[in-house]
Write a protein that binds this ligand. Structure first.
Ligand code: ADP
Ligand code: MG
Length: 366
């Protein structure tokens, strides 16, 4: 693995034992927390319950395994092998990679191309992959955009674990991979009957159950204008059993000649999306329906946060309303705009608390 992976902190609370080492601890409050640096971000897993120790390390193992499959910089990864393959050659990938590619294609179609993992050559031209930033010329971008689009990527039907692509096509699952990881971790929490947990992968958060005192978890939405301040928030969400995923122009960017260039690309232009938004947070409840089907998806929240950032306020809200009516996807939004507003959709208005010190004007939309 190319990246330095460090275990920063392991709170070695001995599960099942109290401080004096004699009496069993309350399984609901036994807690294990670790930080993991992977997928270009700092992850924090804080898991409660009898099997908390097992669950945090199982989650870490899954992160390492998935990073090994999905990394764009590890030459051995499924994604790198696929990108390096000649046009038309079928490359065998793992089940996870194949299903994530299918989901990426699905969200590309759902969002009419606002979310597009075939933007890889364009992201690379801006230097976001290797962190060697530069501003490509219009001619260069137009040339690269010829190779962008899901119709240039093939996923044969059936059990076949292969994928192939046209000449010059490359993929980058960075806009969806962390969301997928949170879905996999949710599975681990369920398997281990974890009563409560918080899972944070940079801008991708999963809160599980409630807090030990019975109140909801509080998820802070970072204020894009105060991204450097540890306590600069645009507001807070009180959530149980939910995914909350933020995409923002403040998360990864470089500056040249006084102009800021961020990492979320508008597939229509090949340039950083200039949509009037500074961040988009997508929230979905994670629960099971009467037929035991899982509702809510970290993958979906991640894909949508990127896509709706590209769309901008008006189109994003239109998309939200259409999906709410068709009941295809059930999510809510917090949008932070360049002109100083925070727009909250009404499904989460009652669990959203503004940060009054932030100076934003707050609006609820329905
Ligand atoms: P982050 O990875 O910072 O949490 P996002 O989920 O919004 O933020 O993903 C941004 C990443 O997705 C970029 O770094 C790039 O790899 C990729 N990307 C950029 N623009 C798009 C897009 N329009 N559609 C799909 N992926 C994108
Ligand atoms: Mg995303």
């Amino acid at each position: 693995m190319r990246r330095l992976t460090v275990l920063l902190l392991a709170l070695a609370m001995l599960a099942g034992l109290t401080a004096c080492g004699m009496e069993p601890a309350d399984p609901n409050t036994a807690q294990e927390s670790i930080q993991v640096i992977a997928m270009d971000t700092v992850m924090t897993f804080s898991i409660y319950g009898e099997k908390s120790t097992h669950a945090v390390y199982a989650a870490e193992d899954e992160v390492r395994r998935l990073e090994g499959l999905l990394s764009r910089t590890d030459p051995e990864s499924d994604v790198s092998r696929l990108n390096a393959a000649p046009a038309g050659e079928a490359v065998t990938v793992s089940e996870d990679t194949r299903s994530l590619l299918e989901m990426a294609r699905f969200y590309a179609m759902m969002t009419e191309g606002a979310f597009d993992c075939t933007l890889a050559p364009v992201s690379s031209a801006w230097g976001f992959t290797e962190e060697s930033f530069r501003v490509p010329s219009r001619t260069e971008l137009d040339g690269l955009l010829q190779h962008v689009g899901w119709e240039k990527f093939q996923l044969p039907e059936g059990q076949n674990l292969t994928a192939s692509h046209d000449e010059g096509v490359e993929i980058d699952l960075g806009g969806i991979a962390k969301g997928y990881v949170t879905d996999v971790i949710a599975g681990i929490l369920e398997e281990n009957h974890v009563p409560r947990a918080t899972i944070s992968l940079g801008g991708n958060v999963l809160v599980w159950g409630d807090r030990p005192d019975g109140t909801p978890w509080r998820v802070g939405i970072q204020d894009p204008a105060r991204a450097d301040a540890a306590d600069g928030y645009a507001g807070f969400l009180s959530l149980t059993d939910a995914f909350a995923v933020t995409s923002g122009s403040y998360q990864r960017y470089f500056e040249e000649d006084g102009q800021r260039y961020h990492h979320i690309i508008d597939p229509a232009t090949g340039c950083p999306a200039d949509s009037g938004l500074t961040s988009v947070t997508v929230v979905e409840k994670r629960e099971r329906d009467a037929n035991s089907n899982i509702l809510g998806s970290g993958t979906e929240c991640d894909a949508l946060s990127t896509a709706l950032f590209v769309m901008g306020e008006e189109k994003a809200l239109e998309f939200w309303r259409t999906e709410r009516e068709s009941r295809q996807m059930s999510f809510d939004l917090v949008l932070v705009t360049e002109d100083g507003r925070v727009v909250v959709t009404d499904g989460i208005a009652d669990v959203f608390t503004p940060d009054e010190t932030s100076g934003y004007a707050y609006e609820t939309v329905s």
